[in-house]
Design a protein around this ligand. Structure first.
Ligand code: B4P
Length: 190
């Protein structure tokens, strides 16, 4: 079973590439960002909490995102595997994912990390903000904070997977097709 973690800073292309990887390898795509935005759109209690946190560029508490993933993994599915997009984002989330998968006799196969420089990330997110309507893409200050939060709380996960021999850095600048091909070849050689 193939279980991929697609990792990288905000704007690295996770959402874009996760969809393509899911199609290529016939995986179920699980994006915590998408799940949270669905809660916000449905105006649930959880959505109201998440909206406030996301609009500041901060991370939603671990307990919330872990239980969202837990309930998705419980749903009966016939699949060759999952692609986790935007999860884990903290070391406790990475530990929880290992535990949750172990309960289903599964494990993370690889962590694919999209490397993109800060100036490019800011440019992409500001551009997306013009059309997405996403509150967290609207201003440079929030974007800057998201990148700082990534460096402080999320980037340490690289070390977590590196120690397990599962860390695969991927150059994240180029056309969407070039990066997708690079990811595909990396996964085929795992
Ligand atoms: P996400 O939805 O995961 O937001 P993101 O990191 O901004 O998205 P992504 O990185 O997928 O964007 P993409 O590169 O595809 O999370 C939103 C928020 O939810 C988080 O900030 C956090 O508050 C909360 N959250 C989510 N998961 C959480 C968790 N596990 N724990 C706690 N909180 C959590 O797209 C960027 C843009 O670049 C797009 O416009 C795209 O078209 C463009 N692009 C993509 N590839 C390109 C390329 N090769 N060249 C040029 N542009 C490209």
């Amino acid at each position: 079973m193939l279980n991929l973690v697609l990792f990288g800073p905000p704007g690295a292309g996770k959402g874009t590439q996760a969809l393509l990887l899911a199609q290529t390898f016939n995986l179920v795509h699980l994006s915590t960002g998408d799940l949270l935005r669905q809660e916000i759109a449905a105006k649930t209690d959880l959505g109201r909490i998440a909206d406030e946190i996301i609009s500041k560029g901060e991370l939603v508490p671990d307990s919330i995102v872990i239980s969202m993933i837990e309930s998705k993994l419980k749903e009966p599915k016939t699949t060759v595997g999952f692609i986790f997009d935007g999860f884990p984002r903290t070391v406790p989330q990475a530990e929880a994912l290992d535990e949750l998968l172990a309960r289903h006799q599964r494990k993370v196969s690889a962590m694919l990390c999209l490397d993109v420089v800060k100036e490019e990330l800011i440019g992409r997110l500001l551009k997306r903000g013009l059309t997405s309507g996403r509150c967290d893409d609207m201003n440079a200050e929030t974007i800057e904070n998201r990148i700082n939060v990534y460096n402080e709380k999320t980037a340490p996960i690289i070390n977590y997977y590196e120690k397990q021999g599962k860390y695969y850095p991927i150059y994240g600048i180029g056309t969407v097709e070039e990066i997708a091909e690079n990811l595909k070849q990396t996964v085929e050689n795992i």
